[in-house]
Design a protein around this ligand. Structure first.
Ligand code: GCV
Length: 690
């Protein structure tokens, strides 16, 4: 196995830097010269490839991979119950503690032998254990006393692709699709294998292969273009990743020649059942469908006066005999509504659609819920469906691709944002029901829970456009495995595996990443209000620009104040969708977290914030600060010259310089807008500001 490209930025965190420290090399070589693997499967083949390749690069030796070794130091990789030597070192409580996809790594002594066991109940678990062991080498940790027992905390750990068959990616900022070109599969399958390696190295076990906006060509993936999916399936299954497809709800009409897609129509039901049989004939371990319905011009059950349980359950019945899943998106809203009615609150749409249906979905239906109630803004409160749904399987949807967070031109490390979402206590079953807890499925006693992220990769050599945006993909994966990991731990791991262990590099880069989200927030839209972007492509500042924000419905700024009153007392009542005490916290101006103030309240420009500044002064100052902070990012990066290869150094530097120019534009557009708004009409603001 050889990666498709030797470019350093292509390798991402699987960049296996050769160790120069001779004593560490000798120490590692004692264990790593001999690897015992005495099982066979396509995933085991990948394990052999990975362990051989990584040891070869890190140590510069070619390890022997055999069924047996006479050596007294070695690594053995084997499933529980398959190897007597390994089994004899496992305690009953360890066997119980390892879940299906978990693993145990431990160093053991036996007479004159000392060796490392990597074991699990499944091939997937062995693969994750192997990647963990490789990371241990990358982080230069010692092997003599290893003891790691890890289980993934969320069952479904998924990546969603918004790739179209023509090769374009919706909201893609790193080139073209790595899968498709001109309505066919790309030639370069090695690159797809390398992608599978990257994903499984952080524990991803599912992928949806095409855009949720499913066009006529993409609809054919469940028909005469199934051969494309088959090839992708063959690649991903070797890395323990199940493939899913997005389907168009109106497929029976689009590709089936039927006159309706009504979920309660018998012919329609039969059509989907036949499609399911057809798919599983080609792809026996097919994961299931991902569906965007009744949203942004995608068809859905509403066209037939049916509800979303009718729609999802009909598909679920078709896939159930094959153990397939229906992942049904909660992103349902009428984007034209805000144009007609200024009082609509889009934030309530998903809740109002799905809460009345709680308990009506079949067991193989999972509702996929965006982290916030709107749409991946730089800051939103947690979607109240988490904490609302009690009897429905749920997946959290995050956006790794940086649609509203700088489009991979700006540095915006999203792990801190995601951590806030995951740690949020919904109080669903009383105190302590965080989003992480919900998506583990444990409180629901179900494995049909998890997390999905919209991919940020394309065919740019470095996969993500901005080299540092690789950290978002890595961080996302690590959080799917364990949402409780600290942001700082994930960041350090990523830096060490990607760039090496230099302490200055660790310090500067970690600072840059960890602060970048709040820096981006400072110079863009303030205090949770969001949007304020150019229509269509959503890049760059435009306060009234967002395509569905007619009459300023998304920020409600006038000459006296700004923000959407979502209180129960005087606004849209959105606050009431949260459990107590969250409802009370958001409802009142005084207790509402300031970073979300304008999401929940319409606030006067002269309202005093906790730091004693007026709101207008805060907006003005933070926009200046944001630009200064970007300069600080540049300074910190420049200090790293010479510690990083020139290619990646220059690439990041040029993006940071571009970010600074764009940040200035944001600052000036936003500040000028509010300056004008307040200056012309409001005497009070004029006195205080400027
Ligand atoms: C795939 C946002 C994006 C759309 C995207 C949609 C969704 O509205 O701008 O490009 O469509 O979210 O999540 O379905």
């Amino acid at each position: 196995m050889k990666p498709f490209s030797n470019e350093i930025d292509y390798q991402c965190w699987l960049n296996y830097e050769h160790i120069k420290d001779q004593s560490l090399l000798n120490e590692y070589a004692k264990y790593l010269k001999n690897i015992v693997i005495n099982e066979n499967s396509y995933i085991i083949d990948s394990i052999k490839d990975e362990i051989y390749y990584s040891i070869n690069k890190i140590l510069g030796i070619s390890p022997l991979i055999n069924n047996y070794t006479n050596s007294n130091k070695f690594i053995t990789i084997s499933k529980i119950g398959k190897n007597n030597l390994v089994d004899s070192f496992l305690k009953d409580e360890e066997i119980i503690a390892i879940d299906e996809e978990g693993f145990l790594i431990k160093t053991v002594n036996s007479h004159d032998k000392k060796f490392i066991i990597v074991t699990s109940k499944s091939d997937n678990g062995l693969l994750y254990g192997t990647f963990y062991l490789i990371r241990t080498l990358q982080e230069k940790k010692l092997l003599d006393d290893l003891y790691v027992l890890e289980n993934p905390k969320t069952p479904l750990r998924m990546i969603n692709h918004w790739d179209n068959l023509n090769g374009n990616i919706e909201r893609g900022y790193a080139g073209k699709s790595i899968f498709y070109r001109n309505y066919e599969l790309v030639d370069n399958l090695d690159r797809i294998r390398d992608y599978a390696r990257l994903l499984s190295s952080v524990g991803i076990n599912a992928i949806s292969l095409n855009n949720v906006n499913v066009g006529k060509e993409e609809a054919r993936l469940i028909d005469d273009k199934i051969y494309i999916v088959e090839t992708l399936y063959e690649i991903f299954k070797r890395y323990g990743i199940k493939v899913f497809l997005s389907v168009n709800f109106a497929s029976p009409i689009m590709i089936g020649g039927l006159k309706t897609a009504d979920p309660l129509n018998k012919e329609v039901n039969e059509w989907w059942k036949k499609r399911a049989n057809f798919i599983y004939d080609h792809i026996p371990e097919f994961g299931g469908f991902l569906v965007k319905a009744d949203s942004e011009d995608q068809p859905g059950p509403y066209s037939y006066n049916r509800n979303h349980a009718d729609g999802a359950n009909m598909l679920a019945e078709a896939l159930a005999p094959h153990n397939g899943l229906i992942i049904w998106r909660a992103f349902v809203y009428n984007c034209y509504q805000d144009w007609r009615d200024q009082n609509t609150d889009r934030a309530k749409a998903a809740y109002e659609t799905f809460i009345p249906l709680d308990g009506q979905f079949l067991d193989n239906v999972i509702i996929q819920i965006k982290n916030g109630p709107m749409d991946f803004q730089v800051r939103e409160p947690v979607n109240p469906l988490f904490g609302g749904l009690k009897k429905t399987n749920q997946i959290l949807e995050l956006q790794i691709t940086q649609e509203y967070t700088g489009q991979q031109k700006h540095l915006c490390y999203l792990v801190p944002q995601w951590k806030e979402v995951l740690d949020f206590d919904t109080y669903l079953f009383g105190e302590g029901t965080s989003v992480s807890e919900i998506i583990s499925g444990v409180p629901f006693n179900s494995k049909k829970f998890g997390i999905a992220g919209v991919s940020n990769v394309g065919d740019d050599t470095n996969w993500t456009g901005h080299t540092l945006a690789q950290a978002n993909l890595y961080g996302y994966g690590r959080l799917t495995w364990n949402p409780e990991l600290k942001s700082s731990q994930i960041t350090d791991e990523w830096i060490k595996c990607t760039f090496g262990n230099n302490s200055k590099l660790l310090e500067n880069l970690s600072n840059m990443l960890q602060n970048s989200w709040t820096i981006y927030e400072k110079y863009t839209s303030p205090l949770g209000i969001g949007w304020m972007v150019n229509p269509g492509h959503h890049y760059g500042p435009n306060v009234d620009g967002y395509e569905y924000s007619r009459w300023g419905t998304y920020h409600r700024a006038n000459h006296f104040g700004i923000g959407v009153d979502r209180t129960l007392k005087s606004g849209t009542g959105f606050t009431r969708l949260y459990q107590q005490p969250n409802f009370e916290m958001f409802e009142h101006l005084e207790s509402c977290p300031e970073e979300l103030l304008l999401f929940f309240h319409h606030v006067s420009y002269i309202y005093k914030l906790k730091n004693n500044k007026t709101l207008i002064q805060h907006i003005y100052d933070t926009h200046f600060e944001g630009v200064e902070d970007v300069q600080e990012l540049i300074n910190q990066w420049i200090e790293l010259e010479g510690l990083i290869d020139n290619k990646r150094y220059q690439d990041v530097l040029s993006r940071l310089l571009e970010q600074k120019e764009h940040a200035k534009e944001w600052r000036d557009v936003i500040n000028t807008y509010f300056y004008r708004k307040t200056m012309i009409y409001d005497e009070k603001c004029r006195k205080i500001y400027p």
